[in-house]
Design a protein around this ligand. Structure first.
Ligand SMILES: C=CC1=C(C)c2cc3[nH]c(cc4nc(cc5[nH]c(cc1n2)c(C)c5CCC(=O)O)C(CCC(=O)O)=C4C)c(C)c3C=C
Ligand code: FES
Ligand SMILES: [Fe+2]
Length: 387
């Protein structure tokens, strides 16, 4: 009798476990959407990458954009193809973003089991996988909850803002519609990010002989912005500066430093001082030891591998300056742990209703903004968690 009762209990427990497992496996993943500009993975993809980039009115507003963008892209393609050829035949950004996403989601499953399983999705603005294809994948997976996680540490309307405007434009596409969205829009002073950058600088400093080490100038270099963007009140310059200050504080301010700007394109005025001019100026002043630190982009790309390493590396050699570049964060475990901490804190605070779907700062348009989509995007995101 007791045996029969015991068997019934086990059978019930087995059936409960079976149905629990079915529920678990049927549970749609929490999507961690890694947003970035992307890059051409192969040289033949360069043209389409540039065409998408010059077609983006949130980045480069052009008159007759639909006509001019393909023409400019076509003219610029051979030069940029040569640069990607020189760095090994393509951008490594997709590979690194996938590795970062997988690493961070594995950690997130432990840090925030309430929203597990977490699944990374890459959503690029100008290269594959573009917004539509990522949304299609999310739809196929039955995603109901998604975190739009910018991979630009510091916020600019030309970068993160453009990706969010694009998501807003696609809000009714399957995979976006009916999904509960929230946004991690900036994290440029997160202690884990700062630690990861500081460790890369410390490794670069080790390459100087001990007698020269403390004289080395830390030259933080970030992609520049046109002054028209700075002057409409874009927060990027301030946020990059805040990252630099935090890194210097972590390093105990043991080396002199400057923040300089690279990669300006076209004839208009851009934020300076330019990185290449700074290298020349430092050489003229007798400062012959420099660490170049990429601070506004976390994976390698043409600006680190071509501009900093090849172009400025050659320039530095001619100037007699010993330059070492701080390695990009790429697959740094300290960095991947920081990404997981950032999202975990966001999920925790969001589910406790301590924060809304979008940050307070994201809700404020640049005082000089005349782009109506920015306003609509912010309104949509502020309510996206409630839809
Ligand atoms: C945080 C980083 C970046 C900001 C801010 C940014 C603003 C910005 N960029 C352009 C124009 C171009 N950028 C191009 C390439 C490019 N831009 C960034 C990053 C930021 N841009 C990266 C990482 C890259 C390279 C991608 C790679 O795979 O390596 C290009 C294309 C290359 C070229 O033609 O020279 C253009 C054009 C503007 C106008 C702008 C701010 C408004
Ligand atoms: S340009 Fe910054 S909010 Fe529109
Ligand atoms: Fe750029």
């Amino acid at each position: 009798m007791a045996c029969a009762r015991q068997a019934r209990t086990w059978a019930t427990a087995r059936s409960f476990r079976r149905s629990y497992a079915t529920v678990q496996s049927a549970k749609s993943p929490t999507a961690i959407v890694m947003m970035n500009m992307g890059g051409p993975s192969t040289v033949p993809e360069v043209h389409d990458f540039l065409k998408n980039l010059f077609s983006d009115g949130d980045l480069i507003p052009l008159p007759f954009q639909r006509v001019l963008a393909p023409l400019i892209a076509k003219r610029r393609t051979p030069k940029i193809e040569d640069q990607y050829t020189a760095i090994g035949g393509g951008s490594p950004i997709l590979r690194y973003t996938r590795a970062q996403g997988e690493g961070l989601c594995a950690l997130l499953d432990e840090l925030h089991p309430e929203s597990a399983p977490h699944k990374p999705y890459v959503m690029f603005r100008y290269a594959n996988p573009l917004t539509n294809s990522t949304l299609a994948e999310m739809h196929k997976d039955g995603v109901k909850r998604a975190v739009a996680f910018t991979q630009y540490p510091q916020y600019s309307c030309s970068t993160t803002g453009s990706s969010l405007n694009e998501l807003y434009r696609k809000r009714d596409v399957d995979g976006a519609r009916g999904v509960e969205w929230s946004v991690v829009d900036r994290w440029g002073t997160h202690p884990g990010f700062i630690e990861a950058v500081a460790q890369r600088i410390e490794s670069a400093l080790q390459k100087f002989s001990p007698d020269k080490r403390s004289d080395a100038v830390l030259l933080f270099s970030a992609h520049s912005l046109p002054m028209s963007v700075v002057n409409r009140g874009d927060p990027y310059i301030l946020e990059v500066s805040a990252s630099v200050s935090a890194v210097m504080q972590r390093l105990g301010n043991k080396n002199p430093y400057r923040l300089v700007w690279q990669s300006q394109v076209g004839p208009s005025a851009w934020m300076g001082m330019q990185t290449s001019e700074a290298l020349k100026g430092l050489a003229r002043l007798g400062r012959k030891e420099v660490v170049l630190v990429p601070i506004a982009f976390t994976s390698d790309h043409i600006e680190t591998l071509y501009e900093l390493d090849l172009e400025y590396g050659k320039e530095a050699e001619e100037l007699g300056v010993e330059v070492h570049r701080a390695e990009s964060l790429n697959e740094s475990p300290v960095f991947i742990r920081a990404l997981a901490d950032i999202v975990s804190a966001h999920l925790r605070d969001y589910s406790a209703s301590k924060i809304g779907p979008a940050s307070v700062q994201l809700g404020l348009r640049c005082p000089g903004c005349t782009n109506a989509v920015c306003g609509q995007q912010k309104k949509w995101l502020a309510g996206a968690g409630l839809s």
